[in-house]
Write a protein that binds this ligand. Structure first.
Ligand SMILES: [Zn+2]
Length: 373
């Protein structure tokens, strides 16, 4: 599928005017920031337990020894806690230990999941962003825009944000349609898509994405998505950023279990880089709510771990991690009430002081448990 290239005028002229007119003592505006992150189809099994040795064993080639595989050498340990920390060390030993909490470890008594019955991507992302399953209407992964306003649409309007202050970066091109009920309401860059106007580093990245093809026509490498998002964070300083990473799903469909684990490990390094940047910046430090989740789970067994869809048991089971200045919970949820993907939009909005359900009355309620209630 060919990519559409969107060029925007350089911002130099307006920035120069701003510099001349801004009061020298101007401070960053008060108010929380939001970063929503999704890792397409990342299973609870790897998030909470790291390497699933039965999946790795089932994928061995003829005469290949389990203990000799790179994935085993890199990620095996005796306990789920030790294994998951090998895959995502920053996430577990820093974020979840000192700054946030996570729902969805069924082994530990916490249940989180989607309410749509499709168990594939577009319906899952739509549920995250609109606060509601739309099973009868949103029933394919086609590049289509729907009429339902999204969390990003509502926040832009309610917080009177400019086009640059709400931004979505996705590895999958379909995010150009998923993220808003209007075209070009805010910055969206997804799939193989050029990014203009933010300096020479961004221009190099923007060009390079077309020169480094993935095995998938509609998904670029997550590296471009992350780096372009971080560059936009640094230059445009959005209040609301959505980062949608996709390689976890694509490698799983390709039955490359080793690459799924490597992708999670690389993503963990990006989390650390993002956090380091946020905590060094006065607008974002201790002032940013971060929610991390997935659009669907996958099968539970060595036979169907790579699959999802309405006939795959386990693909309805997902997870949600939350890091934020107003959320006192730490570590894994154990005795919390069940929570669902349709509650994420209202939870994210409340973190910014907005009652989403005034605009979207059918959206799931905010997850009170995060606020310690
Ligand atoms: Zn998928």
């Amino acid at each position: 599928m060919s990519s559409s290239r969107v060029y925007r005028a350089p911002l130099l002229a307006c920035c120069a005017i701003l510099l001349l007119t801004a009061a020298p003592t101007a401070q960053p505006t008060a108010g929380r920031n939001l970063i929503l992150i999704t890792l397409d189809g990342a299973r609870t099994q790897e998030i909470f337990g790291g390497l699933d040795v039965e999946v790795l064993r089932a994928g061995l080639k003829k005469d290949e020894q389990l203990e000799e595989t790179r994935a085993y050498k890199q990620y095996w340990a005796d306990t789920p806690e030790a294994r998951r920390a090998k895959v995502m060390p920053f996430f577990w030993t820093e974020w979840m230990a000192a700054h946030g909490s996570i729902a969805g470890n069924r082994v530990g008594g916490s249940r989180f999941g989607i309410t749509n019955t499709h168990r594939f991507s577009y319906p899952g992302y739509a549920e995250i962003l609109t606060g509601e399953a739309h099973d009868a209407v949103i029933d394919s992964n086609d590049n289509r825009r729907y009429t339902f306003p999204t969390l990003l649409d509502v926040l832009k309007r309610r917080l009177s944000l400019s086009r640059d202050q709400v931004a979505a970066f996705g590895s999958w091109e379909t995010f150009r349609w998923i993220t808003s009920n209007q075209e070009d309401a805010f910055v969206v860059n997804a799939g193989y898509q050029a990014m203009a106007g933010e300096g020479p580093d961004v221009q190099r990245l923007s060009r390079a994405q077309f020169e480094t093809q993935t095995p998938w026509d509609s998904v670029r490498n997550d590296m471009y998505t992350f780096r372009l998002a971080l560059a936009h964070l640094e230059t445009a300083r959005p209040r609301v950023l959505y980062l949608a990473l996709g390689e976890t799903d694509d490698w799983a469909h390709g039955e490359r279990y080793d690459r799924v684990l490597q992708t999670l490990e690389r993503t963990d390094a990006w989390f650390k880089e993002l956090w380091t940047w946020l905590q060094a910046d006065p607008q974002y430090r201790d002032n940013t709510a971060i929610l991390i989740t997935v659009d669907h789970g996958r099968g539970r067994t060595p036979q169907d771990w790579g699959k999802h869809g309405n006939e795959v048991d386990g693909a309805q089971e997902t997870w949600l991690a939350a890091i934020g200045p107003d959320w006192p919970r730490r570590g894994e949820w154990t005795t919390a009430p069940d929570a669902f993907t349709n509650q994420i939009a209202a939870t994210a909005a409340r973190a910014l002081g907005v009652d989403l359900r005034e605009e979207l009355p059918n959206a799931g309620a905010p997850i009170e448990y995060l606020w310690g209630k």
